[in-house]
Design a protein around this ligand. Structure first.
Ligand code: PBG
Length: 330
């Protein structure tokens, strides 16, 4: 039979012909409210230094970070995620600079809080940017992480962020019990209103490479496979999520995003808490490099990657493309 004579065919394309019909039937949309902007902070004034492995991303002194916050506010991005990057002489074995009342992140929180009350301030809670050895906590004599000692320091860090006026504490070190420890510390110090965004499902990923360059946080020996998740594992993600919910987490995160969209979808379907996804440094740089080489169109490939992350189930996306994405959405 000649297919040209068939009386009627099922034709999904009918719904794609008219732009208005496509617009009407679009299942997912990106808006400014989907994005959170990470910010790398450094000491000093007037500093805006480009990160070589993340072209287009900068380390900012607090005054410059405030200008970046103004750009986020102008685009109606709901919040920023703060990382402190300190000089080698400020680092020690425990990362004590991270809980100093007048520490870099603490001062940045106060400055942003005073200027931009409408902006949600999220502080990454970890130690790898502050320890001389570059691991995410205190090490025991054998070089393994001492989780109990690390949890105590995490409580100190969370309290110092809370006292500075943070809205959300985001523990990223994959320390068992971190959510419970932080919740108890915040409640005991009269900060029950501060929420916890747990990096619940964080894989030991090669895609963090550029971040470690940006944050000067690469481990001086070994790797993070003893505490971050094995990329081969899926069931383990459910266990991590369940524990963090049980411990009092308010939001959970899946990280990285693009290579783990299946996990993001699973986590979305298995739990009721808001799920955030982190499009990490390597994902940023990979798109940036291909675009700079002329192999990909930056705008359309970034927006497609973000839409894919949203479609997979993210309630919000932490992305270094946050400002650009809002501009491109128009
Ligand atoms: C700190 C932390 C890391 C990232 C966020 N918080 C690095 C790591 O675990 O090595 C990575 C973010 C990115 O790659 O953009 N532990």
């Amino acid at each position: 039979m000649n297919p040209r004579n068939l009386p009627s065919r099922h034709e999904p394309r009918r719904l794609r012909r008219h732009p208005a019909l496509r617009r009407m039937l679009r299942e997912h949309h990106l808006t400014a409210a989907d994005f959170l902007l990470p910010i790398f902070l450094v000491e000093g004034e007037g500093i805006r230094a480009e990160i070589s492995s993340m072209p287009g991303v900068f380390r900012h002194s607090i005054d410059s970070a405030l200008r970046l916050c103004a750009e986020a506010v102008a685009r109606e991005i709901p919040g920023v995620l703060l990382f402190g990057v300190i000089e080698a002489h400020g680092k020690d074995d425990t990362g004590s600079a991270s809980w100093a009342a007048e520490g870099l992140v603490q001062r940045a929180i106060r400055a942003i809080r005073a200027r931009y009350p409408q902006l949600l301030i999220i502080a990454d809670a970890c130690f790898c940017e502050y320890t001389a050895h570059g691991h995410c906590g205190v090490l025991d004599a054998g070089g393994d992480r001492d989780d109990y000692a690390t949890l105590e320091n995490l409580q100190r860090q969370a309290i110092s962020y809370a006292e500075a006026g943070v809205d959300v504490v985001a523990p990223s070190g994959m320390v068992d019990g971190m959510v419970m420890a932080i919740r108890e510390a915040l409640d005991a110090t009269q900060h029950p209103q501060i929420s916890i965004l747990s990096y619940a499902v964080k894989y030991a990923s090669a895609f963090y490479g550029p971040f470690r360059d940006a944050a000067d946080s690469a481990p001086q020996f070994g790797d993070r496979k003893g505490y971050q998740m094995d990329p081969a594992n899926r069931r383990e993600a459910f266990r991590e999520m369940a524990l963090d919910i049980q411990e009092g987490g308010d939001m959970v995160m899946v990280k990285p995003a693009m290579p783990y969209l299946d996990i993001l979808r699973d986590i979305r379907e298995r739990g009721d808490l808001p799920v955030l996804a982190y499009q990490v440094s390597g994902e940023y740089s990979m798109l940036q490099a291909a675009a700079r080489a002329g192999w990909l169109d930056l705008r359309s490939s970034v927006l497609e990657s973000l839409l894919g992350i949203k479609r997979a189930g993210a309630d919000a996306i932490i992305t270094y493309y946050a400002l650009d994405a809002v501009d491109w959405l128009g």
